[in-house]
Design a protein around this ligand. Structure first.
Ligand SMILES: NC(=O)c1ccc[n+]([C@@H]2O[C@H](COP(=O)([O-])OP(=O)(O)OC[C@H]3O[C@@H](n4cnc5c(N)ncnc54)[C@H](O)[C@@H]3O)[C@@H](O)[C@H]2O)c1
Length: 424
């Protein structure tokens, strides 16, 4: 099939699916489908609340239509599935969005169609979980009637430089022929080019280890930050010195939230355990990173006590609530761990974050972020997220928000060294 004959259906229009639908929609007929009708209505008006695609880019995708009617997808011959892959309360993979999307697409499949999964999963999920659903619902056979692929996504929300088109994309197919076709299809939108992986499982594994490796690297530095704190050594000073070695890896301590780095390793550990392997390093990394909110809060409490500030009934300002800088995404933000620690100690916490949706914060976490900050109001101020907006603020203006004996703690190291009371 020639590229111009593709009719592409992108299923799930979030951080991953929308930029993809826009890129294809600039070139071929594309349907962007989402079960969230509010999201579809906003996109039709040219509004992307994730801030990944602007109004002009949405308009430039002249062949893209948004829909929440699955029937609209029936005319597609390529389906790309970009639905969430979260974990449940026991940190087990929750494949229910993937299963639902596969059921829906299975009912629409015609001979010759291609289905590509982009959601992050464990090695084997596409072939063991998704393809059987497609076969059952369609009564068609894989590699006889239809074909599948897996092409993981590497976009970095909030990053305006590394974007879909200039990041090399890994592709794969259910057989050799389909891997070539799928690879060519992505090449037509990805300027940086593609890497055709040896198999779907290899592509799945590659994605999940990219994020697992990052998680472990940050965990090591977090563990060292806890140790250096006990030794009274400034971690940033140590890292600055160590970073002068050519092969020292430049990772910083911090909170590890979001729905990728803090979640994907559990997909890998789930699969490992299912084949009888206990993944010690990966799980240790997860434990360390999940404990950092408590560590930071306790550190600030120590500093407050040293300054003679009573913690119960104190007022704490938390600057930044999203899981990363310049991004409105609050899912699995670990800033909440700091908030909860202070609430447990009967402190009053004000959250200030100009990027986030306040209503969502209320629904998801029961918190009510503040819109206006008063001078002289806080016993402790914690810079949790390195938003550009916060980088622009003069440290004296931040200090002006604090009461006489306040503590200023900088998790992200964006304030001048030596002028804060503590940092990671
Ligand atoms: N956000 C990232 O930085 C990133 C990067 C690489 C990979 N990923 C992976 O990509 C996948 C999608 O992530 P995301 O951040 O785009 O998620 P998201 O939550 O931003 O968007 C997912 C969208 O899918 C929709 N959806 C849910 N179930 C659906 C269904 N059954 N049918 C149709 N639409 C449905 C939701 O309404 C939502 O709009 C996940 O597996 C994630 O791990 C995310």
């Amino acid at each position: 099939m020639d590229f111009s004959e593709y009719k592409i259906g992108v299923v799930g229009l979030g951080y991953v699916g929308l930029p993809l639908a826009v890129a294809f929609g600039e070139k071929v007929e594309t349907f962007g489908f989402d079960i969230n009708s509010d999201r579809v209505a906003q996109l039709r008006k040219g509004v992307d609340l994730t801030n990944e695609v602007n109004f002009l880019e949405l308009k430039a995708a002249s062949r893209l239509r948004f829909t929440c009617e699955s029937e609209d997808l029936a005319k597609c011959n390529v389906y790309i599935i970009t639905v969430p892959t979260p974990i449940d309360e026991f940190k087990r993979p929750d494949l229910s969005p993937l299963v639902a999307a596969s059921k829906m697409i299975g009912k629409l499949l015609s001979p010759g169609d291609i289905v590509v999964y982009e959601s992050t999963v464990y090695p084997g999920a596409t072939e063991e979980e998704c393809i059987p659903i497609l076969e059952k619902e369609s009564r068609l056979s894989i590699n006889v009637d239809f074909y599948c692929g897996y092409s993981p996504e590497r976009i970095n929300p909030g990053d305006k430089e590394r974007r879909l088109k200039n990041i090399v994309k890994v592709t794969s197919g259910s057989n050799y022929e389909s891997s070539l076709v799928i690879d060519e299809m992505y090449k037509s939108i990805i300027a940086a080019g593609t890497f055709r992986a040896a198999s779907i499982r290899v592509a799945e594994a590659a994605k999940v280890i990219e994020n697992t490796q990052r998680d472990i690297n940050i965990a090591l530095i977090n563990e060292l930050a806890v140790l250096f704190d006990l030794l009274n050594i400034d971690t940033s000073d140590v890292l600055a010195a160590a970073n002068t070695k050519w092969n020292f890896l430049d990772f910083r301590p911090g909170l590890v939230g979001g729905h990728c780095i803090g979640v994907d390793p559990y997909y890998l550990t789930h699969k490992a355990q299912s084949v009888g392997h206990h993944p010690e390093v990966v799980l240790a990394g997860r434990r360390i990173n999940d404990s950092m909110g408590k560590f930071v809060a306790n550190k600030i409490v120590d500093l407050m006590i040293k300054k003679g500030v009573q913690v119960s009934n104190s007022r704490i300002l938390v600057m930044g609530f999203s899981f990363k800088e310049n991004c409105p995404d609050i899912r699995n933000t670990r800033v909440i761990d700091i908030v909860r620690e202070f609430e447990d100690k009967d402190a009053v916490v004000d959250i200030f974050d100009p990027y986030i949706d306040h209503e969502e914060a209320k629904i998801e976490y029961g918190v009510c972020p503040v819109k206006v900050l008063n001078s002289n109001a806080y016993d402790a101020i914690v810079v949790c997220v390195a938003h550009d907006e916060f980088r622009k603020i003069d440290i004296n203006d931040i200090r002006g928000l604090g009461r006489a004996n306040h503590v200023l703690f900088d998790i992200k190291n964006i304030l001048p060294q030596g002028q804060v009371d503590g940092r990671l």
